[in-house]
Design a protein around this ligand. Structure first.
Ligand SMILES: Cc1cc2nc3c(=O)[nH]c(=O)nc-3n(C[C@H](O)[C@H](O)[C@H](O)COP(=O)(O)OP(=O)(O)OC[C@H]3O[C@@H](n4cnc5c(N)ncnc54)[C@H](O)[C@@H]3O)c2cc1C
Length: 416
């Protein structure tokens, strides 16, 4: 029977692009099918349009950022297509990159567009046939083996299909969880899909705080009195709650705990100081500033617009002066600065996340080849799998690496 291609890749995101490029590089006739009219939509919006391409450092350190079972799964792929390799691929074609102190790698000129343009040039040069505006509706399976895909533009036949349809956050970017439906239909288990790297909506969100940022604080989540998560960094108040690296950092654990009970948040506004150390700072400041209001001290820890709320949390008067600020007030202020309560979490919106946790069960995919253990000819890569790393370039690295292995294995399977 006539085949349209050796390898069909569904989804032109980070994983699908690298999978298609790798398969075609080995000599496989490759078609990349994308439902939207764009290549790498999520790469374009990644890192706020700046694209945090990957994370620098030894691979074992990179892998340590993932949950252990997820790290175990992506380890072979990350060693086959490393953080250095994706950077080299881009810099070989003129992209200049820099590494931030925290290990995150970005293009120097701060634009994800350059990254996508270079990836497009690789696909073009190697002859990948890209079909935009073509939505895939399902897999064609014959005698327990993949035989192609149904698309909005008709069926396409090939002995291997790579599903790289991503997760289900930011559905407007094209990712609506389609790959999970097809995977389930051929016997795969889809582990519960949850928000990850998402903002957190609060019960008592105050829209007036929106846009206010706290720099380098420690955000903590509690279920009852038990601390369940903490993340240090910046925190941004939004209309509905909080965002920024700290909120994204704890969002996955918060989501998991919300399923069984309430979660509250608090912020340590002086994370480098112990209670005792901070008590000394407060004491010394009061001694040095006998004529000032306590508000001036609080201003050293939070932006002006939040001073009133912090003082209210200490149950002191807003215009409290130092001479009237007793030991009880000082102790209470230290307590609030070390754990300013933000209130109860309402929800963590899955669709607003940078990625989702959950997806195709890792037990059912061979980590060395990204081959389905359920059905012949099917390969799976990227966020469609049950892998979700933290903020820092980890998710693109995982998508690039698993995409590379899927493309390599699919092509070898056909060409051998
Ligand atoms: C706002 C935002 C910022 C981010 N910033 C970063 C960052 O800086 N660094 C980082 O490492 N990660 C970042 N991420 C996460 C990262 O972008 C994703 O984890 C990664 O892009 C996943 O790659 P993927 O190829 O698996 O899926 P995707 O990039 O989501 O690609 C899937 C593709 O499949 C297509 N598709 C879906 N269904 C069909 C269908 N039925 N038929 C045809 N095509 C289909 C979609 O249109 C899409 O193009 C960010 C994510 C978001 C949303």
């Amino acid at each position: 029977m006539d085949r349209d291609a050796d390898v069909l890749v569904v989804g032109a995101g980070a994983a699908g692009i690298i999978a298609a490029w790798r398969a075609a590089s080995i000599g496989a006739r490759t078609i990349l099918v994308e439902k939207t009219n764009r290549l790498g939509t999520k790469i374009l919006i990644s890192g706020g349009g700046k694209c945090n391409i990957t994370h620098d450092g030894p691979l074992e350190d990179v892998l340590r950022a993932f949950r252990p079972n997820e790290a175990r799964f992506i380890r072979p792929a990350c060693y086959r297509f490393t953080n250095r390799q994706i950077v080299e691929m881009l810099t070989d074609r003129g992209l200049e990159v820099y590494t931030r102190e925290d290990g995150r790698i970005f293009p120097v000129h701060q634009t994800a567009k350059d990254v996508v343009a270079i990836l497009r040039s690789y696909l073009h040069d190697i002859g990948v046939d890209i079909r935009f505006d073509t939505a895939v509706n399902g897999l064609i399976v014959r005698n327990g083996k993949v035989d192609g895909i149904h698309t909005s533009m008709g069926d396409l036949r090939a002995p291997t299909v790579i599903v790289a349809t991503g997760g289900s956050s930011y559905p407007n970017s094209g990712t609506t969880g389609d790959g999970w439906v097809w995977a389930r239909s051929v016997g795969h288990t889809i582990t519960k899909v949850r928000a990850a790297l998402a903002p957190i909506y609060m019960e008592n969100a105050d829209p007036e705080r929106s846009g206010v940022a706290l720099r380098d604080v420690l955000l903590k989540a509690r279920a009852g009195t038990k601390e369940i998560a903490r993340w240090r960094g910046d925190l941004l108040f939004t209309h509905r709650g909080i965002s920024g690296p700290t909120a994204l950092g704890i969002s996955r654990i918060v989501t998991e705990h919300l399923e069984s009970g309430a979660v509250s948040l608090e912020v340590d506004l002086a994370p480098d100081r112990s209670f005792e150390g901070l008590s000394e700072v407060v004491k010394a400041w009061c001694a040095d500033n006998p004529k000032k209001q306590v508000a001036s001290l609080v201003e050293q820890f939070v932006p002006k617009s939040l001073v009133k709320e912090v003082i209210e949390a200490t149950q002191e008067k807003l215009d409290q002066t130092v001479p009237n600020f007793g030991q009880r007030g000082k102790n209470r202020l230290v307590e609030v600065l070390k754990g300013w309560p933000l209130g109860m979490v309402r929800t963590v919106p899955l669709e607003k996340g940078e990625c989702v946790a959950g997806g195709i069960s890792l037990d059912e995919v061979d980590p060395k080849s990204m081959k389905s253990k359920r059905i012949e000819g099917l390969f799976l890569c990227g966020e469609v799998l049950d892998v979700a790393g933290p903020v820092g370039g980890y998710n693109l690295q995982s998508a690039f690496a698993t995409g590379f292995v899927a493309g390599d294995s699919a092509a070898h399977e056909v060409l051998i």
